[in-house]
Design a protein around this ligand. Structure first.
Ligand code: AOF
Ligand code: ZN
Length: 368
């Protein structure tokens, strides 16, 4: 008896994951070609502008007619930076094409599948779809909603405190947890923080893992550092500016001297939209990031911005590192949500993963 579709799709997903750190803003996609229950070839998408997964798999060997081709994303039907994959697939004369999910890109969305069916090829959709969606959660959200996937990383004491009252927060968690955070940064296209956090902690907010650490063959991308600084309080002498990589500062300030001061330090200063409360409008900010092809935002910020992202239902995930010590009730919390007066006002989350990292506990939660 031949192996089930999910067996081969799991292999295609494994291929796709090889591109996780290098494909953005493109999705990570994997492809395997099977004939007579044997693996003939596999391929994955490596970087934006490079050949797609199917093309890489088809190039590797001569494909016998009548093969089964497994792809983690619907094959593209459009001329983008590369020619349509459906044409290459049709030329290979497969018996069946099995895909995990439809491509949410409006330039494709179902048309690739239709073109395969029109050629008499059997098309099966939805094998291991949840895993495929998780892999490209940022790309999918950007395509479907015009917003990036937002993950908030927090470090807190056992009593839920993220910093002392005076702002001091280095270090709540152990070195092992801080290294683990580097892998979260690697998956993101942008790291989001506030000017307050930069002034309090003077962080670098860069990626310090090498290609080898990440087991990558392509160069490691530095995420863009995005700082919300409504009044342009940063001076330009903070550590952030001494470390290579892009810095985008969103502001409401129109003071030309302050703009110039930060631009002279290499930052891109972007005029943000003001919300009804006179703060930077977070929806407009995230829409702007999506327009700039940011799929995944990793936020490392204080309780105010983290609370606002949750309050406005803009955060998708929280990764909380819980350290085994107590900071006391005068210390700062992790999410400033204002005062709730009824239990029904609670924000609820669902636990996705729990594990111990060094001396700390890492909780990964999706926000309901
Ligand atoms: C596939 N296989 O491996 C990938 C696909 O700019 P391009 O030409 O690289 O096209 C990018 C779009 O193609 C991307 O937005 C998504 O819709 C699709 N990605 N499709 O058939 C692949 N990476
Ligand atoms: Zn393609």
């Amino acid at each position: 008896m031949s192996r089930p579709h999910h067996y081969w799709m799991a292999e295609a997903l494994r291929q796709a994951r090889k591109g996780l750190y290098s494909t953005p803003p493109n999705p990570s996609v994997g492809c395997v070609i099977v004939f007579d229950d044997a693996l003939i070839s596999c391929g994955w998408h490596g970087y934006s502008g490079g050949p797609h997964a199917e093309v890489n798999a088809l190039l590797a060997v001569e494909i016998p007619a009548g093969a089964d081709i497994y792809v983690t994303l619907e094959p593209c039907s459009h001329h983008g930076r590369t020619p349509p994959c459906v044409d290459a697939l049709i030329d290979a004369k497969p018996a069946r094409v099995i895909v995990a999910m439809q491509d949410p890109n409006p330039q494709v969305s179902g048309q690739g599948l239709d073109q395969l069916r029109a050629q008499g090829i059997d098309v099966i959709v939805g094998v291991l779809e949840d895993a495929a969606r998780e892999l490209n959660r940022g790309f999918i959200k950007r395509m479907e909603q015009g917003l990036p996937f937002v993950s908030i990383k927090m470090a807190s004491s056992l009593d839920g405190r993220s910093a002392l009252k005076n702002g001091s927060s280095q270090w709540i968690t152990s070195a092992a947890a801080r290294r683990d955070v580097q892998f979260l940064r690697a998956r993101a296209a942008a790291i989001l923080t506030s000017a307050q956090t930069v002034l309090d902690d003077d962080p670098s907010l860069n990626l310090r893992l090498s290609k080898q650490d990440l087991k990558q063959i392509f160069e490691v991308r530095q995420p863009v550092r995005v700082v919300l600084d409504s009044r342009l309080r940063l001076s330009g002498s903070e550590k952030l500016f001494t470390i290579p990589g892009d810095i985008w500062i969103y502001t409401l300030s129109e003071d030309p001297d302050r703009h110039e001061r930060l631009a002279a330090r290499g930052a891109t200063v972007i005029q943000a939209t003001e919300d009804a409360a006179g703060r930077i409008d977070l929806v407009a900010l995230l829409q702007d990031l999506a327009q700039r092809e940011i799929n995944d935002v990793h936020s490392e910020c204080g309780q105010r911005l983290a609370g606002a992202l949750i309050d406005q239902q803009l955060a998708d995930q929280v990764v909380l590192y819980l350290a085994p010590h107590l900071l006391g009730s005068a210390a700062r919390g992790i999410f400033d949500l204002g005062e709730l007066t009824a239990m029904e006002q609670r924000k609820t989350c669902s636990m996705r993963d729990v594990r111990q990292i060094g001396d700390d506990l890492r909780l990964t939660l999706s926000i309901d």
